[in-house]
Design a protein around this ligand. Structure first.
Ligand code: FES
Ligand code: MG
Length: 577
C-alpha cells in the first residue's frame, strides 16, 4: 500500500466507502483494474494528442506505453485520455483556429477527472501550447513529453528539411529552375519517419521552449522520434511525474516569470519561430505571468543565435541532438552569463543550470560558440508604429540583412484570394523594391491567423532572380519559413487596425534596428480612411467559429480567448450523481 505524502485529488473519487466511491471505482474496474490500484496511489493522467490525422503525433500510443511503464515503476496509476489533436499539416483553415479549443478540452478533462498529475504528450506545433495552456489553467503537477522530430529528409542524396524544402522547391518550380517531377519526388523523402518537422520550425521551437521553461526533462526537445532514447525519456518522465504528484510540484512553481525570460533568451539562441511569441504569451496568461512584446526586445535581442538549423541556417534536428541538443545550448548561454535565471526550477526538482552545467557539446558547427555565432544579434524584432500600434514581429535571422531597413511602395492584397489572383498577373505593377501587404489574415480576419504571411513572390520577379522582398501582414508564418516578413500586425485589418487603411502606392518604412513600422500618410488621412471602412465579421457560420471570432484576443495578447485567460485551479468539482 502506497501512503500518499499529501492529500491527492483522486482520493475524492476513489477514497470513500460510500455510494460515490463505489460508482467511481466500479466503472473503472470494467477495464480489469485491480482493487489495489485504488489504494491512494497517485492517479496520473496521460493527456494524449495521438491522431492519424496529426501525422507528427501518430506514434504517440507507443510513447504513452513507455510513460505508463515509468508510472507503474514509481507506484502510480496511469490513465491515458485523448484530447483534441491539432494537426498542422491537415487542419484547415489553420490549426491555430483550434488551439484554444484543445486547451479548453485539456483544462476541463483534467479538472473534471480523478487526476493528480498529468503527462502532456505533445509534438505538432499547436499541441504543445494547447496542452500547456490547459494544464496551466488547472495548475496541477505536469510534465511535457514531446514526440520528437523526424529523421532528416532526403532528396537526391542530400538532406532536406520539413517545410523549408517545400517553400524553397516551390519557388524554384515557379522560377523554372526545377520541373514538377523533381518537385513531387521530394514528398516521400522529406517525411520519412515518425515525428515532427525536423527543422527549427514551430514544433521544434515549442519543444525547446518547454525544455527551457523547465517543464520537461533535459533533452526532451531534440531526441529523434524513432531513437530509442526518446522512449527512455518517456519512461523517465512517467517515473518522475509520480514523484511530482507526491511533492505537489505544480506548474505555477515552474512557470514563473523567470522561466519565461529563460525561454525568450533561448528562443533567440536557437533561431526559434515567431509563433513562440504568441504561444508563450498565451501560456503565461494562463498561469498569471505578465509578459509583453517588449520583453522580446529586452531579453531576446542582442542574443547571438548559436544553433545553425534551417530555416535560419543549415542543419536539421538530428544533427542538433547529436551535437548535444538544447542542454548544450543552455550551457553555452550560461557559461557566458546569458542565461537570465540559471536557478529557475525544473520538473526534475533541479535548477535549469544544474541540469546543463556539464552538458557535452559535440559539434561547434551545429551549436556554434558564442564568439562565432550564426547571427550576432538574433531574437525576434518587435516593431511598432502607426501601422502597428499594438506591435508586429519579424525574425531577423530568417530575413535578408539589406532589407531590414527599407522604404518601399505598397502593393496591397485585400485578402488571400485577392493575393492569389493578383500575384500571377504578369502586368501587376510591382518590382523588387515594393512592399507586399496582405490584409484580413489575422485572428478574426482569416479566421484563426493562418500561416500565410510568407506569401510567395511574384513569379515574374522570381524568374528575374529576386529571392526576397519585404512582406507585411496580420498573419503568422510557419516556423519553417523564411524571408523579410513582418507578421502579427496588431490590431489586425479585420478589427480595423491601420493595416486595413493601406492602399496601393502608399509608402511604408521598415526599420528593424529602431523597431519602427510606419505608413507614410498623415494621421488625419489615416483616421479618415479607417472611418470609411467597416470591419469584417467571419463568425457568420456559427458554431465554434462564432465563439472564436467573438472572443479571440489580438496577437500581442497571445490570441487566447478573453474568457480563458487566467488560472482557475483544480479544486474538486461537485459529485456527478
Ligand atoms: Fe506537425 Fe510540422 S506539421 S510538426
Ligand atoms: Mg506551422
Amino acid at each position: 500500500m502506497t501512503t500518499p505524502k499529501r492529500k491527492l485529488r483522486s482520493a475524492e473519487w476513489f477514497g470513500t466507502a460510500d455510494k460515490n466511491g463505489f460508482m467511481y471505482r466500479s466503472w473503472m474496474k470494467n477495464q480489469g483494474i485491480p482493487d489495489h490500484a485504488f489504494d491512494g496511489r497517485p492517479v496520473i493522467g496521460i493527456c494524449n494528442t495521438w491522431s492519424e490525422l496529426t501525422p507528427c503525433n501518430a506514434h504517440f500510443r507507443k510513447i504513452a506505453e513507455h510513460v505508463k511503464r515509468g508510472i507503474y515503476e514509481a507506484g502510480g496509476f496511469p490513465v491515458e485520455f485523448p484530447v483534441f489533436s491539432n494537426g498542422e499539416s491537415n487542419l484547415r483553415p489553420t490549426a491555430m483556429l483550434t488551439r484554444n479549443l484543445a486547451s479548453m478540452d485539456v483544462e476541463e478533462a483534467i479538472r473534471g477527472n480523478p487526476i493528480d498529475a498529468v503527462v502532456l504528450l505533445v509534438g505538432c506545433d499547436k499541441t504543445t501550447p494547447a496542452l500547456l495552456m490547459g494544464a496551466a489553467s488547472c495548475d496541477v503537477p505536469a510534465i511535457v513529453v514531446t514526440g520528437g522530430p523526424m529523421l532528416n529528409g532526403k532528396l537526391d542524396g542530400k538532406d532536406i528539411g520539413s517545410g523549408t524544402a517545400v517553400w524553397r522547391l516551390h519557388e524554384s518550380l515557379k522560377a523554372g529552375e526545377i520541373n514538377e517531377h523533381q518537385f513531387f519526388a521530394a514528398e516521400a523523402g522529406m517525411s520519412r519517419s515518425a515525428g515532427t518537422c525536423n527543422t527549427m520550425g514551430t514544433a521544434s521551437t515549442m519543444a525547446c521552449m518547454a525544455e527551457s521553461l523547465g517543464t520537461s526533462l533535459p533533452h526532451n526537445a531534440a531526441i529523434p522520434a524513432v531513437d530509442s532514447r526518446r522512449y527512455v525519456l518517456a519512461h523517465m518522465s512517467g517515473k518522475r511525474i509520480v514523484e511530482m504528484a507526491h511533492e505537489g510540484l505544480t506548474l505555477s512553481k515552474i512557470l514563473t516569470r523567470e522561466a519565461f525570460e529563460n525561454a525568450i533568451r533561448t528562443n533567440a539562441a536557437i533561431g526559434g519561430s515567431t509563433n513562440a511569441v504568441i504561444h508563450l504569451k498565451a501560456i503565461a496568461g494562463r498561469i498569471g505571468v505578465q509578459l509583453d512584446l517588449e520583453d522580446w526586445t529586452r531579453i531576446g535581442r542582442g542574443t547571438p543565435t548559436l544553433v545553425d538549423l534551417q530555416p535560419s541556417g543549415r542543419f536539421l534536428m538530428e544533427e542538433f541532438y547529436y551535437a548535444g541538443g538544447l542542454p548544450a545550448v543552455l550551457r553555452r548561454l550560461g557559461e557566458n552569463g546569458l542565461l537570465p535565471h540559471p536557478n529557475a526550477l525544473t520538473v526534475n526538482g533541479k535548477s535549469l543550470w544544474d541540469n546543463v552545467r556539464e552538458a557535452p557539446q559535440y559539434n561547434d558547427e551545429v551549436i556554434r560558440p558564442i564568439n562565432n555565432p550564426l547571427i550576432a544579434d538574433g531574437g525576434i524584432c518587435i516593431l511598432r508604429g502607426n501601422l502597428a500600434p499594438r506591435g508586429a514581429v519579424l525574425k531577423p535571422s530568417a530575413a535578408s540583412p539589406e532589407l531590414l531597413k527599407h522604404r518601399g511602395r505598397a502593393v496591397v492584397f485585400e485578402n488571400l484570394e485577392h493575393y492569389k489572383e493578383r500575384i500571377v498577373d504578369e502586368n501587376l505593377d510591382i518590382d523588387a523594391s515594393c512592399v507586399m501587404v496582405l490584409k484580413n489574415c489575422g485572428p478574426k480576419g482569416y479566421p484563426g491567423m493562418a500561416e500565410v504571411g510568407n506569401m510567395g513572390l511574384p513569379p515574374k520577379l522570381l524568374r528575374q532572380g529576386v529571392k526576397d522582398m519585404v512582406r507585411i501582414s496580420d498573419a503568422r508564418m510557419s516556423g519553417t519559413a523564411y524571408g523579410t516578413v513582418v507578421l502579427h500586425v496588431a490590431p489586425e485589418a479585420a478589427a480595423l487596425g491601420p493595416l486595413a487603411a493601406v492602399r496601393d502606392g502608399d509608402f511604408i518604412e521598415l526599420d528593424c534596428e529602431n523597431g519602427r513600422l510606419h505608413l507614410d500618410i498623415s494621421d488625419e488621412e489615416l483616421a479618415a480612411r479607417l472611418a470609411a471602412l467597416a470591419g469584417t465579421d467571419n463568425g457568420g457560420r456559427g458554431g465554434y467559429q462564432r465563439l472564436y471570432v467573438d472572443h479571440v484576443l489580438q496577437a500581442d495578447d497571445g490570441c487566447d480567448f478573453d474568457f480563458l485567460v487566467g488560472c482557475r485551479g483544480a479544486a474538486v468539482p461537485r459529485h456527478s450523481h
